[in-house]
Design a binder for this molecule. Sequence first.
Ligand SMILES: [Zn+2]
Length: 166
Amino acid sequence: MKKENCLTLNNIAAIIVLLLFALLLTGCHIHKYVDGVCDCGSFDEKWLKQNFNLEEEVNHIEINIDQDFTDDEICVVLRNSRTYPILNERHFLLNEKVILEHLFNEPKRDLRYTDDEWEKYLNNYHQMVIIHIEPQGKEHIIELIKQIEKLPFVLVAEPNYLTHLD
Ligand SMILES: [Zn+2]
């Protein structure tokens, strides 16, 4: 009887050790957010809400490899924002060297707009980031776009369909 009790206690101890180990391996990591993103790839919900309209509907565009697009650029349209953050490489969670080009940052009020019109304009305003990468083929672009589309601040990600002049 005494021995059985002992075994049970040992079992419980073993289970606790296993649980702690599992916690360490999975969720037990305290995020360290810098500009809203942790190095583990997690985003700070508060930062996201403060900077982006997360209600906006997301477009996932079907990309066909046969279409004419460049293999060195990705165009990313950001969700609507009223704080106009300038995102950096860390936000895109890519494992390669990239150069970011920021377009359509904080808009300047055009005095021809009435208050209502300006409000409407701002509600439909989107910043854009062009991600320049080392060319590795069109398939690589499609792969990266699939990753980028999942980022919580991204509205649309697409290749650069601009046809180059001969
Ligand atoms: Zn983390």
